[in-house]
Design a protein. Structure first.
Length: 216
């Protein structure tokens, strides 16, 4: 649309120049026909006319250049508008993806809460794990195990607690561990009887348990 308007504008300008030139030629003819000093008047009139036409052409060229600049600016603005529209569309898509991720995160949190609430079944004094579970034993607390419970110390210093004459079986080293001995990391221990065998946490201890336990 803008290119068509510019083309018509240039046609109109060219037509205007032709009209002005034609009028000037006619005027020169009248001067040549009626003046007693034809050469002098004709030269003066033609020079003035040519100067006016040249100025008019410069003015028209300037206007055309201004119009071209406005058209280019309009095209740039249109391009920027398209870029902004694309960015807005991308932002909308990202926002949709973020909402989906939030929903998935909420669903995972709910599942984790269900798992946490369902882990550990209490029977009597002991809590029984569902398979191998990671348990935290706070500093200065003692954990005691039920019969046939397996455990592995992962983090922290743990000192064995066993009744007199009893032991905790270290399956990794194939040894018996008596009372007041530091339990080794990543060793697989087994408690044979539920008679007060376990360990005391010198600092916070993280232990993997499979079986029954109680903390006191």
């Amino acid at each position: 649309m803008e290119k068509e308007r510019r083309r018509r504008f240039k046609k109109g300008v060219n037509f205007l120049i032709l009209v002005v030139l034609a009028a000037g030629v006619l005027g020169m003819g009248v001067i040549f026909a009626s003046s007693t000093s034809i050469d002098s008047n004709a030269l003066v009139t033609y020079g003035f006319f040519k100067k006016q036409v040249d100025q008019l052409k410069v003015y028209i060229d300037n206007k055309i250049n201004e119009l071209d600049k406005k058209i280019k600016d309009a095209n740039v603005s249109a391009g920027q508008a398209q870029d902004i529209s694309k960015l807005q569309s991308q932002v909308a898509n990202l926002s949709s993806e973020i909402e989906k991720l939030k929903l998935q995160t909420a669903q995972l949190d709910a599942k984790l809460k269900d798992i946490s609430s369902s882990s550990g079944v209490k029977k009597g004094d002991f809590i029984y794990t569902k398979g191998y579970e990671v348990i935290k034993v706070p500093k200065s607390k003692t954990i005691l195990f039920d019969a046939s419970t397996e455990f592995v110390v992962r983090v922290g210093k743990a000192i064995s607690v066993v009744p007199k004459g009893a032991t905790i079986i270290d399956l990794t080293s194939a040894k018996d561990v008596g009372a007041n001995q530091q339990l080794l990391f990543n060793h697989f221990y087994l408690v044979a009887k539920s008679d007060g065998r376990g360990f005391k946490a010198v600092d916070d201890v993280w232990v993997i348990v499979n079986g029954g336990y109680k903390i006191k």
